[in-house]
Design a protein around this ligand. Structure first.
Ligand code: ZN
Length: 399
């Protein structure tokens, strides 16, 4: 199988560096580090703590809602919702605190977990929120999942297309101008800072950031027709313009703390965590809806050396919930843990053999991240390696 040069493909720095404040490395696409060796997400976190007047931002949100609120009870805001804690938090708040009339839109997980489905029922639908759900043809979705696993190194790409584009379609269909997402993951977790300081984001930029330049057109070469793809496509530019659809992030208006969203949803709408710790991390309440989730995070670990525990712990360090030292320990213990619970399910879903699976995985290992020692793949540099710990401990101004 052809080896993929991830370093070139994602424009990653050749030399791996870790943030001195959190556990994130410079291998996360589009992240930047300042001269003191602090990542853009930590810098943004400081900005959130010290520069933003959150009461003023709340006034901005009230103004935005006043501008869009319908008088006849028709839908006035679309909230993309997986049934998880973040979208539940956004939709619930908009309806009950800001007097909006949200329509939540769900792109159904490929293989819904029992806990995810129960949360969707309990805290979205029973929580008093209208919902429309889209589910693509299983036949097409399986094939797209397999192809994007192989060709893009992420089995989640078709899900991401659906998840982003379905709410836009519903906005056009219901003539709703406002689409409210949760957080801007680029600024919260590290990535492009282009839209960090604006309330809204041009729709085409969201696509560029989240799809890594990948387009569905590639699928035509693999026997997938335009008709198969239509449910994944976004509405036409003309339709979006005609309705005047704009895309906002709740994280711009209210301080985004994932753990707080969980507490909010547990208190207000009966959200419950997963029955056990998610594989690859220590948490129980994030990204628990789809049995294929673990493979998205596994591929992130293979391509960038950044696993699920790194993402989770980095945000918690920034939120002041754990220390860097604790976070490093969690990363060491859980990052890259193989999602064994759903391994056979994943193979069956994609219709692939174990041999093919490992060929694809290894084709995405970049030599600047991985070494083979005694027949085992090992990370060349990890946040808990002595060298990385020493670098992080150096006085910030010496870097
Ligand atoms: Zn950082």
């Amino acid at each position: 199988m052809q080896h993929r040069d991830t370093q070139k493909k994602f424009n990653l720095p050749k030399e791996i560096k870790f943030c001195k404040r959190c556990t994130m490395s410079n291998q996360r696409p589009r992240i930047s580090f300042n001269e003191e060796g602090i990542c853009s997400a930590c810098q943004f976190s400081d900005y959130k703590d010290s520069e933003i007047d959150w009461d003023e931002r709340d006034r901005e949100l009230r103004e935005l809602c006043d501008k869009h609120r319908s008088k006849d009870g028709s839908y006035d805001v679309i909230v993309p919702s997986s049934g998880g804690k973040d979208s539940g938090f956004v939709a619930h708040k908009l309806k009950y605190e800001y007097g909006m009339h949200p329509l939540t839109v769900t792109w159904a997980p490929a293989l819904w977990t029992n806990d995810g489905m129960r949360n969707y029922e309990n805290h979205i639908v029973e929580g008093g929120l209208d919902n429309v759900m889209a589910k693509p043809s299983g036949k097409v979705h399986k094939l797209l999942t397999k192809l994007s696993f192989e060709l893009q190194g992420d089995p989640f790409m078709p899900f991401i297309f659906g998840q982003y584009n379905q709410p836009l379609k519903m906005a056009v269909a219901h003539n709703v101008k406002l689409v409210m997402y949760g957080e801007n993951s680029e600024v919260e977790y590290g990535g492009s800072m282009k839209h960090a300081y604006h309330p809204d984001v041009p729709i085409q930029d969201v696509e560029v950031m989240n799809m890594h330049g990948f387009t569905l057109d590639v699928m035509h070469e693999h026997g997938i027709t335009e008709s198969d793809l239509k449910i994944y496509r976004r509405p036409s530019h003309e339709d979006l313009e005609r309705v005047g659809v704009t895309l906002h992030y709740m994280g711009h208006y209210t301080k985004w703390i994932p753990q707080e969203n969980y507490y909010y949803c547990a208190e207000h709408n009966g959200f419950k965590p997963f029955y056990k710790r998610s594989e690859g991390t220590y948490s129980k309440y994030a990204s628990i809806d789809d049995r294929l989730d673990g493979f998205h995070f596994l591929l992130m670990f293979i391509k960038f050396g950044i696993g699920r525990a790194t993402s989770d712990s980095a945000h918690e360090v920034r939120d002041g919930h754990i220390t860097r030292e604790e976070a490093v320990g969690l990363v060491k213990r859980f990052d890259g843990e193989f999602p064994g619970d759903n391994y056979q399910t994943f193979l069956d879903y994609c219709g692939i053999s174990e041999e093919f699976f490992w060929k694809v995985i290894d084709s995405w290992r970049s030599p600047h991240i991985w070494d083979k020692k005694d027949g085992e793949w090992v990370l060349k540099k990890a946040v808990w390696h002595e060298e990385a710990l020493k670098e992080a401990a150096e006085p910030a101004n010496k870097s």
